[in-house]
Every structure is written in C-alpha cells, then in structure tokens.
Design a protein around this ligand. Structure first.
Ligand SMILES: Nc1ncnc2c1ncn2[C@@H]1O[C@H](COP(=O)(O)OP(=O)(O)OP(=O)(O)O)[C@@H](O)[C@H]1O
Ligand SMILES: [Mg+2]
Length: 227
C-alpha cells in the first residue's frame, strides 16, 4: 500500500552559526513536516531569531545544512526566497500612507499586475479584518492592527512556508486569539508555519509541535498535551 509521506518543510542538520567567536547556533537539528504549525521556543538569546534568519536566507550559516521545502538555503537561496514569507515586511511601510496603499505597493513590488495586486490586497485586508481601516494612515493603527498587517504582508505571495518571529509579542489576549485563528487559516490553505517565541504557554497554545531551543540546540521536542 502506498504511504503518503509529505515533503518536509524544514530540514536542519548540524547547523552552526558563529558570531564574534560565539556559537550562537551549536549543531542544531530540526525537522518540520509540511502542513503544521511548529514552534521553536526558548529563552532570550537561545538563537531563535538567528535560526529564522538562516531559514529566510538573510544569514549564511558557518557550517551544517538547512533545506526549506527541499531547497538549500545557501545554494538555492532564490528558490527559498520565492516560496517563503517572513514577518518584518511591513518594517519598510510608510506610516503616513494607508495600510491598504502600503500593501498594494508591496504586491506590485512582488510582481503582481495592478488588477491582480488590487484583488490580492482586498482579499488580504478582508482576511485580516482590516477592510474598514484600509484607507486610514498606518500611524492611526493599534499595535494589534499593525501586527495583522505585517502578517498579511508576509503572505502576499501565498508562501508554502511562513516564518514568524514572536508573532504575538505585546498583544493582548483577544488579539493573540486572532493571530491564532489566522495561523490556523493559513495552515488550512496549505501553508506550513514555523514560529519563534520566548513564551512556552504561547508555543503550546499556537503550535501542533514545539521544539525547545537552549544555547543554540534543540534540547527537547514534543506535542502539547491538549492536542
Ligand atoms: N549580529 C550579531 N552580533 C553579535 N551577536 C549576535 C548577533 N546576532 C545574534 N547575536 C547573539 O546571538 C545570540 C542569539 O541571538 P538571537 O537573537 O538569535 O536569540 P533569540 O532566541 O531570538 O533571543 P530573543 O528571545 O531575545 O529574541 C545572542 O546571544 C545574541 O546576542
Ligand atoms: Mg529573537
């Protein structure tokens, strides 16, 4: 009988990143199956952001390998970039311009024709509950609205994998629940989510599986008890 084994979304082997003589990632191993929400959880300085930077091709590792959706982050970086969405895209948005206009411009930059960019922008704004605020300058947005806009910006190109660094940091419980619902919707649409968080409770609430990262290594991995 044929067994359907999905392609792993992330395969990290013996990953080492040395910064200023410090082994920030120290032989890290991580395997994330496709179609799940996976959390990397650990204390400040554990190396979570560094790992996400390697996986999004922003940082070249010192040694070891990292493959994203089957593509090597060093030798096939362009392919990785075309299939991965990351948080932080909205950092370049103009706060004086409306959220809708910023998102539309990003879609255009990412290669959408104007009609397709308009359609995608409307779809994302609706999906993230921002339709009413679309025409308002981003300077008027609450932190939660900015976070939702940043999540929308991270998936403009419908990525197969989305990398989220502290997606619920500084949000109140209501907004955290909204983010959780958005992540579930992403997974239903076929995207794999890898998120980093300092908060173990949050990791267990959001994710199907949690890897605990300490001093640049995964020390334990498990499934939250409630699942
Ligand atoms: N560019 C850099 N130069 C020097 N040290 C760095 C650099 N980037 C990361 N580090 C160090 O690497 C370690 C891991 O940093 P990283 O930001 O990946 O941790 P983190 O788990 O994301 O922490 P946090 O929970 O605070 O976000 C820290 O000790 C940090 O000081
Ligand atoms: Mg970090």
């Amino acid at each position: 009988m044929a067994v359907d084994v999905p392609e792993p979304a992330v395969e990290v082997e013996r990953l080492v990143v040395v910064v200023d003589g410090v082994r920030v990632l120290d032989g890290l191993e991580l395997h994330v199956p496709a179609g799940r929400i996976h959390a990397v959880c650990g204390p400040g300085g554990a190396g979570k952001t560094t790992l996400l930077r390697v996986l999004s091709t922003l940082l070249v590792p010192t040694s070891g390998t990292a493959r994203v959706l089957g593509a090597d982050v060093v030798t096939q970086a362009a392919e990785v970039r075309s299939r991965v969405g990351s948080t932080g895209r909205s950092a370049g948005f103009d706060p004086q311009v409306s959220g809708g206009a910023n998102l539309l411009q990003l879609a255009r930059l990412l290669g959408y024709s104007r009609p397709a960019a308009l359609q995608r922008t409307h779809q994302l704004l609706a999906g993230f509950g921002l339709s009413d605020a679309a025409g308002r300058s981003m300077a008027t947005y609450t932190p939660a609205m900015r976070r939702r806009l940043d999540l929308a910006a991270s998936i403009v190109v419908r990525p197969d994998l989305v990398l989220l660094d502290e997606p619920t940091q500084d949000l109140d419980p209501h907004c955290r629940a909204e983010v959780s619902a958005v992540l579930r919707a992403l997974v239903r649409a076929g995207t794999t989510v890898l998120l980093a968080t300092r908060d173990p409770d949050e990791a267990c609430r959001l994710a199907d599986r949690v890897s605990v990262l300490v001093a640049g290594r995964v020390v334990v991995e498990g499934t939250p008890a409630a699942r």
